[in-house]
Ligand binder design. Structure first.
Ligand code: GDP
Length: 308
């Protein structure tokens, strides 16, 4: 999936609204800015981030005096990508996608969190495939032990990606699975470990305790683990994704986001809003169900594909 194709629905939605907003105008004025505000809010960017974007545009228009409405798209690309956090995984354009940071020891440990249905298992499978393709030895840990289906699904994805999965029986202690996985990965010289966790949000304390227990136990094997806590959010849920992000960020130290299902939705604006609001870089975006439908998020490229 190319980015343009994957974002087609969002692109069409946003672009059509933008065109309507600027139709017949030669100059960016207050009326255009008002209409743009509406375009962004209704494109799931979120109110807070929309107001920030509009303010930046206002300043830019005031500074540059006369801005032609046909320059608006490139102005939007500049201002929005300046505003967003850079993805550390994409910061260095000379480094290939899915290259692990060299400054960190091995195994590099990624703990994956998110509610059920968000696309956790799929994203783990896709990541395993990409990291393996990049020449790494990858191991998965099935620490979502509450649902038999979750363990089975991870095993299926492990087979697809051609990487081993460490599991125990349903109902076993998630921290114990995480411990086993790290032990085994360390003993066998694996480069990357990805741990699946249960996404139960029934209460905040329960989630917090469970995730911190997994974290503590992992640190007995790899002291600086997890290197990445990746929160997986379903982009097609729009504003619900904001709410989930809020809850997980409050419960654990999330330092990366994966936003899935952007291919089937016109709500791709959430990527901009969430990335801005939580100051957590979007690392990956999911653009389909297939094993290679995952991309490293590059802010400029993303924004250009919407407005360019
Ligand atoms: P989990 O419960 O969070 O582990 O969610 P799953 O990984 O099982 O995914 C739930 C559903 O979403 C499955 O049907 C996946 O195929 C689908 N899915 C996951 N990521 C994407 C994506 O990027 N695009 C599309 N179209 N579907 C996805």
């Amino acid at each position: 999936e190319t980015l343009d194709k994957g974002l087609e629905k969002t692109k069409q939605g946003v672009f059509a609204k933008l065109q309507r907003a600027i139709a017949g105008k030669s100059k960016v004025d207050d009326e255009i800015l008002d209409r743009l505000e509406e375009v962004f809010v209704t494109s799931d960017v979120g109110v807070e981030t929309t107001l920030k974007i509009i303010q930046r545009l206002e300043e830019r228009v005031a500074r540059d005096k006369y801005i032609n409405s046909s320059e608006l798209n490139s102005l939007l690309c500049d201002e929005i990508s300046d505003m967003l956090a850079e993805n550390p995984a994409a910061a260095d354009p000379s480094v290939d996608d899915f290259t692990l940071p060299e400054s960190v020891g091995r195994p590099y440990v990624i703990m994956v969190v998110g509610v059920n249905g968000a696309g956790k298992t799929t994203t783990i499978g896709k990541l395993a495939y990409q990291f393996k393709k990049a020449g790494n030895k990858v191991m998965l840990g099935a620490a979502d032990t509450f649902r038999a289906a979750a363990i089975e699904q991870l095993v299926v994805w492990g087979e697809r990606a051609g990487v081993p999965v460490i599991k125990q029986k349903i109902g076993s202690d998630p921290a114990s699975v995480a411990y086993d996985t790290l032990q085994s990965a360390k003993a066998q010289g694996f480069d990357v470990v990805i741990i699946d966790t249960a996404g139960r949000l029934h209460n905040k304390k329960g989630l917090m305790d469970e995730l911190s227990k997994i974290r503590n136990v992992m640190q007995k094997v790899v002291p600086d683990a997890p290197h990445e806590v990746l929160l997986v959010l379903d982009g097609s849920t729009g504003q619900n994704a904001f709410e989930q992000a809020r809850q997980f960020v409050a419960a654990t130290q999330v330092n990366g986001l994966a936003i899935t299902k952007l291919d089937g939705t016109a709500k791709g604006g959430v990527v901009i809003g969430i990335s801005d609001q939580f100051k957590i870089p979007v690392r990956y975006i999911g653009l389909g169900e297939g094993i290679d439908h995952l991309q490293v998020f590059r802010k400029r490229q993303f924004v250009e594909s919407l407005f360019g």
